[in-house]
Design a protein around this ligand. Structure first.
Ligand code: ADP
Length: 334
């Protein structure tokens, strides 16, 4: 039921809070991102100014919210978290803006989904620290401007291409978050296992890391599923064989692909001869919507070289054929 789903979600969120890295030292990987932000923070601090507006983009679960919370700590300012779908009416965003104090961070998740009217309120707010509000209606309407303190807007998005250019142009820094390598994810799993009091050895952590699709949030989720398995089927310790057995049971394959990933690739190979085929056809065949395929599934499949995006559509690579147990077609061997 919906209520059960929501409470499950709240439960996961609670866990997510407890596992969030608290400082740059705890924040694994993303070397380039940390270097750029380190400079921005030091420069802003030395001038006694607020940070430039920042846009973070990349697939879900890679650490966009976490790095924003860390930035607030580094700058010693308040951060106000919201998400675009909660900002439907002009007064929603106006209400947040007037609460800001000098230097505060306003974090807007899924910023590509902002309604146009909200976006237009943000332009003068970001550029001139000014809130323009319309008072009255029709012929009597007039605009009043309220000055705002200097603040930092952080936008997070899985689809940077879906942002309007006037909005995109108002960010001083636009940074992409990358998938994590197995070593980085192993470190995250070991740290989080310690926080949750789960006994685990290095090979056990590495096995979870290999199957986490380069994504810390997925590593955390797998860690919890494997812990359950280890407690029920074993003595609670997570070792490599325990992690393998658990993840096989949960249908996470050795490359971290789940049922939907495999279904996407199998559809491409079995029904479309490996492609090229449009994303809409893949959506229809798998029952996922095109956005989810593009934002959640495809980035990792492309990262590991199983899926190619070409001008004529999606194609399965020879590695994808082999992963699913098929011989790659002749055309790849020429
Ligand atoms: P996003 O905002 O990109 O969807 P989050 O910042 O919410 O992702 O990250 C999800 C979870 O993944 C966090 O709660 C944290 O436990 C973990 N995580 C993300 N990035 C890192 C990182 N660089 N180091 C350690 N843990 C991380």
């Amino acid at each position: 039921s919906r209520a059960a789903v929501q409470s499950e979600r709240a439960h996961e969120d609670q866990h997510e809070e407890s596992l969030r890295p608290r400082s740059l030292g705890d924040y694994a990987g993303q070397k380039d991102l940390k270097a750029v932000l380190g400079i921005a923070v030091a420069a802003a601090k030395s001038r006694g100014e607020s940070l430039d507006h920042l846009l973070f983009y990349g697939p879900p679960g890679l650490g966009k919210t976490s790095i924003s919370l860390i930035l607030a700590r580094e700058m010693n300012v308040q951060i106000h978290l919201t998400t675009a779908p909660a900002l439907e009416r002009p007064r929603d965003i106006a209400g947040l803006l007037v609460k800001l104090q000098r230097g505060d961070i306003l974090f807007i998740d899924e910023i590509h989904r902002l309604p146009r009217i909200t976006e237009e309120i943000l332009y003068p707010a970001m550029e001139d620290y000014r809130l323009d509000i319309t008072i009255g209606k029709g012929q009597n309407a007039r605009i009043t401007s309220v000055p705002l303190p200097r603040f930092t807007l952080i936008g997070a998005t899985t689809r940077v291409g879906a942002l309007s250019s006037p909005l995109r142009d108002r960010f001083g820094l636009i940074q992409r978050l990358r998938f994590y390598d197995v070593e980085e994810l192993t470190g995250i799993v070991i740290r989080n296992a310690a926080l949750l009091n789960i006994p685990i050895d290095e090979p056990g952590a590495a096995e979870i890391a290999r199957r986490a699709r380069g994504t810390p949030r997925i590593a955390n989720r797998l860690l919890k599923r494997v812990r359950d398995y280890a407690q029920v089927e074993g003595d609670g310790r997570i070792t490599e064989p325990v992690a393998c057995a658990a993840l096989e049971l949960f249908e996470v394959d050795p490359r971290g692909l789940d049922w939907t990933d495999r279904r996407l690739l199998a559809t491409l190979i079995e029904h479309y001869n490996g492609g090229p085929v449009g994303v809409e056809s893949l959506a229809a065949a798998t029952g996922e919507d095109t956005q989810t395929i593009e934002e959640v599934y495809e980035p990792y499949l492309m990262q590991i070289g199983y899926l190619l995006r070409t001008a004529r559509g999606r194609m399965a690579s020879p590695a994808a054929y082999r992963h699913l147990g098929y011989a790659p077609p002749q055309r790849f061997e020429q």
